[in-house]
Design a protein around this ligand. Structure first.
Ligand code: SF4
Ligand code: SF4
Length: 300
């Protein structure tokens, strides 16, 4: 059995990525399970999703504490002590990181000892879909890592997305982006074999419910008034930037920022607190004079 965990941020598509993978595995003739685990239920908050793939009926349930493969859809999560995406990774397992950096750079940066693969999935999403929604793309790389077929991936993306969106062109772009990601990585050497359960062990009818460590799920909110302590600035794909030449100081952006992190300087111009701006870009949409632009963040 393969056990995979996807780690992303609310809005990136970790749940759909796990579903695309599970559906592709099912279409390839395997048993599959896929399910999300939400934390703060908030855009940008850490989200985990899991997929189990097996040649035998899957009796396990619950979160996967010891995955064979981890897909990190947002590399800033690797620096989040409450999320710890690679926790519990099995010996011989693989980590795929969405980053502009090479595997060697990412290994050194995040002190990961396991086998690391990297791909700038965000760039592919921006180039091919025009937005940083990475569900089908992450599903594509995961399908390649576990050795599923291109045809099943294609059908899975169509099936899963047709339940969510009606835009045919966007669906076709997602199929193309998923296949691009599928072919963009070199298949990794996985030491875990698919036929682990049922061939080497006696079959069990007992459903295993492993203890769910908070650290492998999502950060808990344990105290009131702790929002200012949680720096959400590392959640951004883009940062908003101001052009004061055309800004009329109407303060609409200040009022519309959902995080209340746009402040006003001594000259009465707005500016954001980048420690807490989560990069939703609502301020850009709301500005009547187009005085706000966006610049992509590249982490690490
Ligand atoms: S992108 Fe703009 S609206 Fe969104 S959190 Fe940052 S400053 Fe606020
Ligand atoms: S909404 Fe636009 S014009 Fe108004 S204060 Fe903000 S940046 Fe300036």
């Amino acid at each position: 059995m393969y056990r995979l965990r996807f780690h992303g941020r609310g809005g990136q598509g970790a749940r759909v990525a796990s579903k695309v993978l599970g559906t592709a595995a099912f279409l390839d003739g395997y048993y599959a399970q896929d399910f999300p685990l939400y934390g703060a239920e908030r855009r940008g908050a850490p989200v985990a999703a899991s997929t189990r793939i097996s040649e035998e009926p899957i009796m396990e349930r619950g979160v996967i504490p010891e995955p064979d493969i981890v897909i990190v859809m947002d590399e800033t999560l690797l620096q989040d002590p409450l999320t710890m995406p690679v926790s519990g990774l099995k010996q011989g397992g693989i980590v795929l990181i969405n980053t502009a950096h090479s595997p060697a750079e990412a290994k050194a940066e995040y002190k990961i000892t396991a086998q690391v693969l990297t791909l700038d999935i965000t760039k592919i999403g921006l180039d091919m879909l025009g937005m940083p929604i990475l569900s089908t793309l992450a599903g594509g790389v995961a399908a390649r890592i576990v050795g599923l077929s291109e045809e099943s991936l294609k059908d899975a993306v169509k099936k899963v997305l047709s339940e969510i969106i009606t835009d045919r062109k966007l669906l076709d772009k997602n199929v193309a982006a998923a296949l691009y990601c599928f072919n963009a990585i070199t298949p990794a050497k996985i030491e875990i074999k698919l036929k682990t359960i049922g061939t080497t062990k006696k079959k069990s009818t007992v459903i295993s419910l492993p203890f769910e460590h908070a650290a492998v799920s999502s950060p808990a909110i344990n105290a009131t008034g702790n929002t200012p302590l949680r720096m959400t600035g590392n959640w951004r794909v883009f940062r908003p930037v101001w052009n004061y030449d055309s800004c009329t100081r109407c303060m609409i952006c200040v009022a519309r920022c959902p995080d209340g992190c746009i402040l006003v300087n001594e000259d009465d111009y707005p500016y954001t607190d980048y420690d807490n701006c989560k990069g939703c870009l609502i301020c850009i949409e709301e500005c009547p004079t187009n005085s706000l632009g966006k610049v992509r963040e590249v982490h690490a």
